[in-house]
Design a protein around this ligand. Structure first.
Ligand SMILES: *Cc1c(COP(=O)(O)O)cnc(C)c1O
Length: 422
């Protein structure tokens, strides 16, 4: 029986047996009891399923993982300590020193820093591309050492909607793994697998949790990539000596198994049981929340687009937005709550506007139930040079608004009184 996404949000991931708690318990235990040496050995050899140490897997985290895997139509999900650790582990699962990855230049600021500064220190080069560039231009960056093409469904904070078809064609032609950070769309608005992606990555700290309560990330193996005999991925086709010669490409879930058995074992950036519990509960209402976030944002975008103190506004719901057509194709049920706009006049007007807001608060966070604003050029993107800011699509007067699920009229009234102050 296959269910619709809103049903999966509520029901997937955990099914109690008779007499068990209706929702997952917080399994606050580092380790698990076994009376039998062979049973324990089989777990270590990946011959049987089960829990033995919460750095690798935990029942509460597994409930969350199961839910997200179902929502993304994936074969395996791995709960991570944060969105950043999810992205890091996804890259480390396929790339090492001497390899390179391709990434859209319109990505989350933290991801940009990881790719542009930290990965090169470990010998992994990142080649950035403009996601709006023609396929031929992007394709030119690929060589035999390219291990992953990394993108975002809806880029934070530039609100670029990904042209999945263009990237999927390139990835398939060259047999390169296509990874999508689906944080700001969520599987409710867009399932990357439908459009050819092989990995979906989330910062669950955002919409999945939805309440700004739990940091977390998740990597979903979408189960549609062939590693077997692909010369690009020797680490999947040669025996892993740290796992008694296991060949990952021979397994039912190559990426997911390698990521957990090798990367989680060695880096240990797993989600905590408490955060797994909170994130699991958050997902119960994800479909409902995304509908409201999208409706509110569309209404507010329309209002701001007509305001004389707004120089420009980016929300794909608006006719005439550069990404409106792509949004119709890939985000037919709504574009989510994230938007950015430019305030007219000097940069100081951004501060005056933001400080005058009464309901909408200033926060580094985005994508939870409460509306908030941020000035990326002076915060999240502060470390970037003038040139990199431009590349990331972040002009100095850009204000990012994450629209929550409050009443849209109250939000508009707050924006109106704050804009009147400048
Ligand atoms: C926030 C965010 C991240 C990083 O996630 P953390 O949970 O803060 O580590 C990655 N990608 C996107 C699109 C984000 O918005």
């Amino acid at each position: 029986m296959s269910y619709k996404l809103d049903t999966l949000c509520v029901q997937a991931g955990y099914k109690p047996k008779t007499g068990e708690s209706r929702i997952p318990q917080i399994c606050q235990s580092t380790t698990f009891f076994y009376g039998d040496t062979q049973a324990m050995a089989d777990l270590f050899d990946l011959k049987s399923d089960g829990y033995f140490y919460s750095r690798l897997a935990n029942p509460t985290v597994a409930a969350f993982e199961g839910k997200v895997a179902a929502l993304e139509d994936g074969v395996c999900a791995i709960g991570c300590a944060s969105g950043m650790s999810a992205t890091s582990l996804a890259v480390f699962t396929v790339a090492g020193a001497g390899d390179n990855i391709l990434s859209s230049q319109a990505v989350y600021g933290g991801t940009y820093n990881l790719f542009s500064t930290t990965l090169p220190k470990l010998g992994i080069e990142c080649r950035f591309f403009d996601p709006d560039a023609p396929a031929e231009e992007i394709e030119k960056l690929i060589d035999e050492k390219t291990k992953i093409i990394f993108t975002e469904t809806v880029a934070n904070p530039a609100i670029v909607v990904l042209d999945f078809e263009k990237i999927a064609k390139i990835a398939q032609k060259h047999g390169v793994l296509f990874a999508v950070d689906n944080t700001l769309a969520t599987p409710v608005l867009c399932q990357p697998k439908k459009f050819g992606a092989n990995l979906a990555i989330h910062s669950s700290s955002k919409y999945l949790d939805g309440h700004a309560a739990a940091l977390g990330g998740v990597i979903v193996d979408l189960g549609n990539f062939n590693y077997k005999n692909n010369p690009r991925y020797p680490s999947f086709n040669q025996p892993d000596e740290s796992y008694h010669g296991l060949v990952y490409a021979d397994l039912a879930v190559p990426f997911g198994t390698k990521c957990r058995a090798q990367m989680m074992r060695d880096f240990g950036a797993i989600m905590s049981p408490q955060n797994g519990f909170i994130s699991y509960l958050g997902c119960d209402t994800l479909a409902l929340r995304m509908e409201r976030h999208s409706q509110n944002a569309a209404k507010i975008a329309k209002y701001l687009s007509k305001h004389p103190k707004i120089e420009w506004i980016n929300h794909p719901s608006l006719e005439g937005n550069k990404y409106h057509e792509l949004a119709k194709k890939y985000l037919p049920n709504g574009c989510g709550g994230m938007m950015s706009f430019g305030i007219c006049g000097s940069v100081e007007n951004c501060a005056t506007f933001m400080e005058s807001l009464q309901l909408i608060t200033q926060e580094t966070h985005v994508a939870d139930v409460r509306s908030c604003v941020l000035h990326p050029a002076s915060t999240t993107h502060r470390q970037l040079s003038e040139e990199d800011l431009k590349k990331a699509g972040v002009p100095h007067n850009l204000v990012r608004l994450s629209v929550g699920i409050e009443n849209a009229d109250d939000l508009i009234a707050d924006l109106e009184q704050a804009l009147a102050k400048i």
